[in-house]
Design a protein around this ligand. Structure first.
Ligand code: G4P
Length: 527
């Protein structure tokens, strides 16, 4: 195994969709192809891997850590896929955004009856900010949906993307017969009697008489007409345009029937980019550099309230990682030995003996690792691009028992480090202000503080409108600004200054009055 070949076969991606479009179903079917789960959902035993796996389970039991299936790694057809779950379906959270910073491409799932929906659009915008390649899977063709040309038009107009169908559906709903593979001239037919996936019939173009034997006359005629129109109206697939994020290849299928899923997976393997070059403050880091480096994009707290262990999700950006490796924790300058890195295999996990660029490993720790942290084999690199978002909702939090104020402060700091919320300590006053992206997060936090830290708390609305991190080239100007606005200033958990605005007008006014100060909605977490 060489670094180059391991990089070349890796595909790290996420699925974005609106709730109910079929993300969970598609994920399951993809894992099925990868052999990562068996039909019954049981996990395959794999000799040594099995042993490593049970070792990990012991660690997990002892420490009381439980990790949900945030990352699923599986192999198929020579490729290694790392599928990252984008959490927060209903409760849109920062985790969702950050997960997208750790992938190289995305698959957008669309319900054929509904087209582009609100959440799909929101997630798409996040991908677009990074020019991320996006493949589209139009799902639920086994139900009556919208006309495929109509859907293509909507993607093109609504998302300002060039659209190039890779497969084309034959019929829909009860009359859904299969798809025609436009790139390989193959006919793939739905087999309603078995859930086996056939290899498809190779055709000599759409005029092949074979098609007339395999399809009813009206379906064959419609297919020929459609294919002619597609080839006339839609641009040909252009790998470079896709990889630059301006063109999306579209696959049609029915996840629940396992139809079209293999073509999608093969498509990702063939077309989606391998691990990318990653920007850092110091320089660009290419995956084939021999020295290992990467960043933490997510922290998951343990589920057991008695323990303080956490799992840091670490994306390897370069080099070969080996278990037991000593790595420089760039923010603190300390060396960490990574004894128990975890690989995530479907719903299972095992100790990672090694990992390659694009892979995600879980690093158990007691709170030393934070979101945005870089770990390297010695070089002082600070990876950029992991955003911290200005919260859209701000509330004060108080302990029911005033004697517990100090404890609450510590709990909040830990939650902030984990990335579960923003916590601001106003310069004036003794209250804590907590900011979140989705309002449901307040309930989740109150519950966690009560159960994990045994501090019953109350969240109360504030009159605050929004928060902005403030920066200035000239430190004296920043100090002047802070001094002039003490009543509206706070610090986040890392001590960075934050301006708390009571309303939109005040924010505008402050921006107008202080042209040399930058008011930031997102703060890059790089130390
Ligand atoms: P999500 O993760 O994006 O929220 O979607 P999920 O996979 O949970 O699918 C949402 C619903 O759509 C589920 O139905 C699922 O069975 C159905 N579904 C997914 N793919 C297809 C498909 O290709 N065709 C059809 N007809 N339905 C599909 P549900 O009724 O909410 O749940 P369940 O009772 O089926 O579990």
């Amino acid at each position: 195994m060489t670094l180059e070949s391991e990089i070349a076969r890796r595909r790290t991606f996420a699925i974005i969709s609106h709730p109910d479009a079929g993300k969970t179903t598609l994920t399951e079917k993809l894992l099925l192809f990868g052999g990562a789960i068996q039909l019954a959902g049981a996990v395959k035993a794999r000799g040594d891997a099995r042993r490593a796996h049970s070792d990990w389970m012991k660690v997990e039991r002892e420490r009381g850590i439980s990790v949900t299936a945030s990352v699923m790694s599986f192999g198929y057809d020579g490729h290694m896929f790392n599928l990252l779950d984008t959490p927060g379906h209903e409760d849109f959270s920062e985790d969702t955004y950050r997960t997208l910073t750790a992938v190289d491409s995305a698959v957008m799932v669309i319900d054929a009856a509904k087209g582009i929906e609100a959440q799909t659009r929101k997630l798409f915008e996040v991908c677009r900010l990074r020019d991320m390649p996006i493949a589209t899977f139009v799902n639920k063709l086994d139900r009556e949906g919208r006309d495929p040309f109509d859907l293509i038009d909507e993607i093109e107009q609504g998302l300002a993307l060039d659209v190039s169908p890779v497969t084309w559906p034959i019929g829909m709903g009860r009359n859904f017969l299969g798809v025609y593979d436009l790139r390989r001239d193959r006919l793939l037919l739905v087999d309603r009697k078995s859930d086996k996936v056939a290899d498809g019939e190779v055709c000599q173009g759409v005029d092949d008489p074979k098609i007339d034997r395999l399809l009813p006359a009206d379906a064959a005629a419609k297919l020929r007409e459609d294919v002619e129109m597609v080839r006339e109206l839609c641009p040909q697939f252009d790998l470079q345009a896709y990889r630059e994020g301006t063109m999306t290849p579209v696959f049609f299928g029915s996840a629940i029937n396992n139809f079209g899923v293999r073509e999608l997976l093969a498509g990702i393997g063939e077309l989606a980019p391998p691990p990318r070059v990653q920007a850092s403050v110091e320089r660009k880091v290419t995956p084939d550099e021999p020295r290992a480096s990467g960043f933490v994009f997510k922290i998951q707290a343990n589920m057991d309230p008695k323990h303080r262990d956490r799992i840091a999700f670490f994306r390897l950006c370069s080099g070969r990682f080996r278990r037991g490796m000593k790595m420089l924790h760039v923010r603190t300058g300390k060396t960490m030995t990574i004894h128990n890195p975890v690989l995530f295999l479907a719903r299972d996990r095992e100790l990672a003996e090694e990992a390659w660029p694009g892979d995600i490993i879980g690093i158990p720790n007691h709170g030393s690792l934070r979101i945005g942290d870089s770990l390297t084999e010695g070089e002082s690199l600070r990876f950029t691009g992991i955003p911290s978002f200005a919260p859209e909702h701000l509330q004060t939090v108080r302990p029911e028992d005033p004697m517990k104020a100090k404890h609450l402060g510590r709990a909040l700091e830990q939650l902030a480090e984990e990335g579960a919320a923003r916590v601001f300590k106003p310069v004036v006053g003794s209250e804590w202000i907590v900011g979140v992206v989705g309002v449901l997060q307040f309930d989740v936090l109150a519950d966690r503080i009560r159960t994990e830290y045994e501090i019953p708390v109350r969240f109360e609305p504030t009159s605050l409108h929004t928060a902005r991190w403030v920066e200035a080239e000239d430190p004296r100007l920043l100090k002047k600004f802070i001094d002039a606005n003490t009543a509206n200033m706070a610090e986040d958990h890392s001590g960075a200054p934050v301006f708390l605005a009571r309303n939109a007008w005040r924010l505008d006014k402050a921006q107008e009055d202080w042209p040399g100060v930058r008011f930031l909605k997102t703060k890059e977490q790089a130390w």
